[in-house]
Design a protein around this ligand. Sequence first.
Ligand SMILES: Cc1cc2nc3c(=O)[nH]c(=O)nc-3n(C[C@H](O)[C@H](O)[C@H](O)COP(=O)(O)OP(=O)(O)OC[C@H]3O[C@@H](n4cnc5c(N)ncnc54)[C@H](O)[C@@H]3O)c2cc1C
Length: 444
Amino acid sequence: MARVVVIGAGVAGLGAALTAAQTGVETILLERNDFLSGLCIWSGLHGGGPVLEEMRLVSSGSIRWHDSLKRYALFWEHDLPSAQDNLGDREESFAYDVMKADQASWEALEGTGVKAMLRSQVVDVEKEGNRLKAVVLANGTRVEADAFVDATGRAGLMKEWCETLGQGCGMCVLKCPLFGECISPAVKAGAADIYPEGHHQSGGPRFFQAVMVLPESVEPWLRDEMLAAKGVYWYRVPEEWLGKDVTSQWCSPHRPLPLPNGFVEEHFLINYTPWLKVHLNVPLHILRQLPGFRDAFPVTPLSPDGQTTFLKRITPNDNGLRVEGLANLFAAGERARTVSSMTPAMALGDLAGYNAARCAVGLEPIVLPDDTILGLFINVVKLNPGGGYNAFIPYKPDPNIRRPEHPAYRQRGLVTGDMSRDIALARERIERLGLVGLYQQRLV
Ligand SMILES: Cc1cc2nc3c(=O)[nH]c(=O)nc-3n(C[C@H](O)[C@H](O)[C@H](O)COP(=O)(O)OP(=O)(O)OC[C@H]3O[C@@H](n4cnc5c(N)ncnc54)[C@H](O)[C@@H]3O)c2cc1C
């Protein structure tokens, strides 16, 4: 029986495995840690919008995971003042209990036939010409397959950044070299491993736009008000902070970061998950100047600044996500494009899993049409010759940093800004293009 092996059980790997399995191929999911869901144990806010509607209609495997996670929603995006015009998306955007991400992932896999193996770090590969024959686990076990998916995320040379920037990092558990070298099978197989350069959204090291603090470390009145407000709490930033240049005295020189125009929002948000996620990118000593935060204690890294390093390392691949120079290896999630959130990582997992399944049974990979949001964002490499992987094309506006979606989506009529209408349009075009149920077609 044709077999697909997916390496890495973050949201992209889960999407890849679930999508491959629904085509009927045997599917094995290898994860180096002892839990599923990768960085989703940190993320917390998960959004949908019209792209999620497209994914639901093409029968993305990752939607099964999304629906599982929804059972552990803490509150919905429409509770957020910044999202009040997004009510059409009511059922699909939420903050979830990150402590349940692992459980939600197991529930999504139940009954699908995906065989998930924890503590199974891939450390090497076996090749024959331009094809991968097998991956080799740290304990020496060989796992053969007809096609493979590298969903190892930003597995890269964390060490060099950790050592030079030294700010501590929320990815310690997952990626810290102290817990074992980060190994991408694609790189082991001879594929390139690149830092996309340029805009902070695209490449190189960058730092997270939020500080996670222990709930017990904020003052009780603040915790109470937050709980009373369903866990979403808006806070007034002091007048004198507005417009400050957060790239200078507000940040360490290592943090060339993310709100280039200073504080753009008058308020910021606190999510009440097992920790508090403070959507404000300031060092801890600045955060502590706010009422209620005098003793705020960072959860993520035990660094003086309470910041999290983001790195992007990707493996060059085409619009079908096939890794350059390797006939039966596909890249998924953060390994494939310069994305930084769960929904695009899911979409990149689904296509990689589907194409790996096709490849495993001797079919050519597919490319999604440019006149879908999924296609436009995945085909970014083709659409930006010369810009290549540096061009991250956000398809959803981010009200918290006042970033609109990329104009390409409006130009092509894929979004209008009215969420309910955009979702209806997504439905129309997937039906018109004959893509309904695409990923669910049996290949064996
Ligand atoms: C602190 C933080 C907060 C975030 N907040 C949000 C948010 O609120 N909303 C949002 O949408 N996104 C958020 N993100 C981003 C989002 O979590 C990621 O973009 C997404 O989860 C990436 O998924 P992935 O599957 O591509 O990679 P990963 O989640 O990194 O998964 C890769 C998996 O591969 C495994 N692996 C690596 N190497 C090997 C190997 N050799 N063998 C076997 N397994 C291996 C890893 O252990 C890991 O489980 C956040 C990220 C961070 C770090």
